[in-house]
Design a protein around this ligand. Sequence first.
Ligand SMILES: C[S@@+](CC[C@H](N)C(=O)[O-])C[C@H]1O[C@@H](n2cnc3c(N)ncnc32)[C@H](O)[C@@H]1O
Length: 455
Amino acid sequence: MIAIPQGTVAQWTALADRFRAIGLTSAWIEEQEKSIGRFPAAFGTDWLRLQFEVSDEPAALALRMLTRDEPVSTAQAIRALGEESFAFARDCSLIEETAKGWRSPLRLSLLDSLYILADRPEETADNVMGVGTTTALLARASYPDQRVESALDLGCGGGVLALLLARAADRVVGTDLNARAIEMARVNAMLNGIANAEFRVGDWYSPVVGERFDLIVSQPPFLPLRDDQEKVVYLHGGRTGDEMARLVVKEMPGYLTENGVGFVLADMVSTPEGVTALVSSEMVDLEVDAAVYCAQAHRQRDRRWWDEAYRTVEHLRRCGVTEVRLTLMVVGAGDGQPLVVAAERWGQIDRGLIDSLWVAGTAADWLEQRARVVPGTTMEGECPLGEKVRLWTLRSGRRSLRANPQVGDGILDLIRWVTRGETLGSCLGGLSESDREKALGVVDQLVRHEILEMI
Ligand SMILES: C[S@@+](CC[C@H](N)C(=O)[O-])C[C@H]1O[C@@H](n2cnc3c(N)ncnc32)[C@H](O)[C@@H]1O
């Protein structure tokens, strides 16, 4: 097992100062990545690697050694880190000498102006996840416009979201089941000179029982666990993948302050009877989703890659899953349904958009009101097989988040029904408790997608 490097606050902050001094910043990395935009994707990656290989800039050398696992010579390592930080990195085993030169057994990632150390991605039991593309999405969606008093990062991994939120909150707690992740997060707090973030080991909410927070973020593990696989703590979220996310969302209201808000990002699955299946804008084929994750795990597009992807698809089919969607769920302190935003809107999602969608009420508060279809909503039928209409698409053009749910007959009947009654409550009154809850959930989604409105 790779030991987590130990050092004093002064040594870690000197290292981060060195990174800044040599221009190793996320802005610089973005600049490098942008420069390859004119090449086709496959060639662009090779081009970038060559660029770093031929560059003698200290930032490029540090990136090769600490991020890209491409060893550099002793002279180059010293050029990158300076004598003092080189000695520190060597002595605490942040870097090690191999036959090919100096490299780090860990991986440094950058997000905004944060430096985050984590494990290189491997399917080992206590592997610590650093910064992924989904981490960055969750960070953008949840970062508050105004300062908050307290924030919680559940399943914090290397601590990236907690440390980011430490700038916007007086007090932050990060929790993780993996003790190695918590140790790494503490090191990252020192590396970034952050003193108002505290890290605790434990199962989801157990380390914070009895506490409430203004802001909670979580990206639980969300890959499905097949019968032939060993569970990896940071990857697998139960048989269908979304079991952890459901648990985290369900318990969340009890840990939020009155006006608090929580954000959970995960792949959510759609089953024929699931509510998400009813309002399933932008669900993704199982094949596509499985292929994307396998592509990340297996760089070579060989037979093994396809086999893995298809095994996962078959497994999900056996579990009754029909589609998957990377989903951002926004949870309030009350008992309303979470606001569900399809995360395929990558570029658009930021806290401003979320706040504009976060309308005050929830379906349970609208029972005394009448529902009507938002004027201007259009309905288009599709006949993919040239027979009778199979898919209806409802579009509402009022907001920047354009609703585009593909709906079945069930949802059309529900719309007809709830728009005919005197009040929403009178329509739903005769239903059983569980049917009513389901219908309210769908009405809530339709309102948030601006298909229905309360008048
Ligand atoms: C997908 S990673 C997310 C890491 C980081 N928060 C991010 O967004 O990049 C999921 C994290 O949840 C943690 N985790 C898994 N099961 C957990 C549990 N039962 N309680 C607390 N944390 C858990 C894992 O150790 C891992 O760090």
